[in-house]
Design a protein around this ligand. Structure first.
Ligand SMILES: [Mn+2]
Length: 279
């Protein structure tokens, strides 16, 4: 896990209505899911004060200059909602870990297509969103809550964690983002294909969070509440952390063809599942 948390703790309470979503995997490859998410977001945002996206909003992100049509529409929608008063917070996932990463090297990019003005308008500025580090702690209706994408707690998958460490280094990201867009897109396609291949040969348990990693993260953060995504196993788990009762929410992933997709709403009344949750 990243060794730092949010610089200024975010406090949610009173009349706040806080939406949590993750793993929408938006992109031109799946317009149907994009439509579902847009409809759900519009409907729920009308009654919400905050939106927290906990990673993998996008299927892939090769730099803020490389958004496909669905992704650009999503940016526009988030910007519209933020403009109307919704406070938008976005965490990077394992698919869109380059979201809003400053592209220092891109100014000298041999592709030469991006203007300085376009480069200054990163994802977060275009949306009017606050980027979150993974993990980060917020105060949620009087309780400290840890928010994470979830992939860093899948500690049984050693190969993936090695890849994660490499691709989260400033050096790797600087090098990658300095390449022409077409080359970055090709690398992303290749990485995705290899990830699908390796997933096919992996045991189910490898791709879930590790119970000890969850407890360690919660213990270290001093929280009894964790909200994350990534595993595509939406659920509400009870567990014990340092001998005390604790809970873990796993957010739904989105896939219109499979009828999957949902959000979690936190308010003074507690938690409410929105959309399609199992059980
Ligand atoms: Mn993920």
């Amino acid at each position: 896990m990243d060794a730092f948390a949010c610089a200024a703790p975010i406090e949610l309470g009173g009349g706040d209505r806080v939406l949590f979503a993750s793993d929408v995997h938006l992109g031109d490859h799946d317009p149907e899911t994009a439509r579902c998410f847009e409809d759900a977001l519009r409907a729920h945002a009308a009654h919400a004060s905050h939106l927290f996206v906990l990673g993998d909003l996008f299927e892939a992100w090769v730099g803020d200059d490389g958004a496909d049509q669905v992704s650009q529409r999503t940016v526009d929608l988030l910007a519209e909602l933020a403009g109307a008063g919704l406070r938008v917070h976005v965490m990077r996932g394992n698919r869109d870990f380059l979201l809003d990463v400053p592209a220092g090297g891109r100014r000298d990019s041999p592709s030469g297509s991006a203007t300085l003005e376009a480069l200054a308008r990163t994802f977060a500025r275009r949306v009017g969103a606050t980027m979150l580090v993974d993990p980060c702690t917020v105060v949620l209706f009087g309780r400290a809550a840890l928010l994470a994408h979830g992939d860093a707690m899948c500690t049984d998958d050693v190969d993936y964690l090695r890849f994660r460490e490499l691709t989260r280094s400033a050096e790797w990201q600087r090098d990658f983002l300095s390449r022409p867009l077409e080359e970055r897109q090709a690398v992303a396609r290749d990485l995705r294909a290899r990830s699908e291949l390796s997933k096919a040969g992996k045991a189910e348990e490898l791709m879930d969070v590790n119970a000890h990693a969850v407890q360690a993260a919660m213990s270290e953060a001093g929280v009894r509440l964790l909200i994350h995504g990534h595993t595509h196993r939406p659920a509400h788990h009870a567990l014990r952390v340092d001998g005390q009762a604790a809970e873990r929410w796993v957010l739904p992933d989105w896939d219109a063809r499979l009828g999957r997709g949902g959000m979690l709403l936190a308010s003074a009344d507690g938690f409410q599942r929105l959309g399609s949750w199992p059980g």
